[in-house]
Unconditional design. Structure first.
Length: 134
């Protein structure tokens, strides 16, 4: 390195500046870990959902409902909207998912999840109506 400084000082300085600029950017990208306990991003929700498929067989459960395009489906006890979001994809743009939960916190999670999944949520009485692709 010492010989490089004597031969090409400008290249060495540029390399040091570049290294000093890129390293913090990479560190910041790795700094945010998924937070399934208080989800606010798609990564947070996905991290919280990892155990659902093997434990609940969610794919089999949703398939057993035989949901079709245009159906209207109620998700009572929707929680954070795990099934509501999956069902909204199945009912498509002409269908509706009526999602309801007893706590306002869960409805807040549902609305946050809807934003990350890019679905439309409309308030209807005490429930949220979720429509995909609207």
């Amino acid at each position: 390195m010492h010989q490089l400084l004597r031969r090409k000082p400008n290249a060495t300085i540029a390399l040091l500046i570049l290294t000093g600029t890129i390293s913090p950017v990479i560190a910041l990208q790795d700094a945010r870990r998924a937070n399934p306990g208080n989800p606010s991003s798609l990564e947070d929700f996905n991290a919280g959902d990892l155990s659902r498929e093997p434990n609940q067989r969610a794919t089999d459960l949703v398939a057993a409902l035989q949901i079709s395009l245009g159906d209207w489906v109620a998700d009572v006890g929707a929680g954070g909207g795990y099934y509501s979001m999956r069902i909204s994809e199945l009912v498509g743009p002409d269908g509706k998912v009526l999602a309801e939960h007893i706590t306002t916190a869960a409805m807040g999670w549902l609305n946050a999840r809807a934003k990350t999944d890019d679905v439309h949520v409309r308030r209807h009485g005490s429930a949220d109506v979720i429509t995909a692709f609207e």
